[in-house]
Design a binder for this molecule. Sequence first.
Ligand code: HEC
Length: 463
Amino acid sequence: MKYYLVTLILIGLYACGANSELNKIEKDQFAEAKSLYASNCASCHGQQMAMFVDRNWKHGSDPDSLALSIKKGYPDDGMPAFEALFSEEQVQELVKYITYGIDNRESFSFDDPFNPDTIFETDGLKYRLELISDEVDVPWGYAFLPDNSMLITDISGELYHRSVEGELQEIGNVPEVVHAGQGGLMDVELDPDFETNNLVYISYSKGKDDKQTTAVIRAKLGEKQLEDVTEIFEALPYLSTRHHYGGRLEFDPDGYLMITVGDRGRRDDNPQSLENHCGKVHRINSDGSIPQDNPFVGQANAMESIYSYGHRNPQGLIYDADRGIMWEHEHGPRGGDELNIVRKGENFGWPVVSFGINYNGTTFTNKTEMEGMTEPEKYWVPSIAPCGMALVYSDLYPEWKGDLLIGSLRFKYVTKVSEDMSEVSMLKNIGRVRNVKLDREGYIYVSVEEPGAIYKLIPILEN
Ligand code: HEC
């Protein structure tokens, strides 16, 4: 026990040491830039500038390119333009701050604190992490087959089968994806009758004429490739934007497939109109046909797969059998991420009501509630950028039973939400959390990206 404490303290000291030095320099030289970054950039690029700059630069990292990225943004990829908000001096301050981070990149790297001896404790339960895989760069979705082996998607377009022994085999005949912005190969879900029919469902960003959309295929899982690939869902319209695809898949207890589609960055056109598929949660039969009891069946011009609407970018969807509800969470803009219970035909209000504001600090609504619009069960200001969600239903983690686990891309932790909506953050700094799931035996898995890793949480039960 002592040994673990010492390790933890050493890791803590090490992290604080590096941070306090950086904090001091930031305070002295970059006070303004630091606060600009914290309020305008951190919601997407993470709390720590040092971690943001540790990347392969796509648009150049010299001062001119950085200034251009900040001023013009990449609106089709979800990076807003800041030229109307910042003065030239402010842009230059940010450029200097980021350049300082790039020049000192090495000094920010730290050892992987997740060595197998580290013991974590959350809400009275001790556990450790086992590294399951570090071969997939962005493990976006995964599903556990009956033998507890895994199917794993990588956003760049590959599908893998990972055997229980840890052997990784790429599965071929996967649809071609538009891997740009937030798009790529997204979620994977097994048919409720997988053991008899071998069917899997995969969501991805599909391209056509330089535009793209969220689509879902159904296929038979063969040993080395997908067979009988059929498209069962295609969100309309195709758009030039490359973000807010949604893409989470979950079966409801009646065997209907639920699909999330984000607003595709067209806040004012999509989520409140029933005439398109974007900014919605959909419900379809597993062959793609429409259940006749869907809420908008027969309504003129309405897309009949719509189950609920007024969503922004839902990145978590999980059915809670004990409570009989479908949990959904979605990204707000700056502030206003939401945890919702999805119910038939309801309007979740985006962008008419929201707890968030625009990325550039201006407001688009001052309303947080309105008649006919469902309020969230919980919301986050500032945004945590929620991604992936699991319900702890197994007995392996008695203290956590019934709680939701939600990943945070932004703060690089998992937040555990209890029935009264109180939360505790755990696994701080584990990485940008992309997904959280339970395996066939009831163990919790957490995947992080760039560098990609999948961890299993092993409870340490004391007797
Ligand atoms: C709404 C989310 C969002 C916010 C807020 C945001 N960015 Fe970005 N940023 C992005 C995305 C997404 C990209 C990637 C665009 C691409 O893939 O080409 C990006 C790209 C960039 C790049 C280019 C990176 C490269 O690889 O070349 C820079 C520099 C940058 N952002 C700086 C900033 C700064 C500084 C701020 C704050 C003033 C900021 N961003 C705020 C989403 C955001």
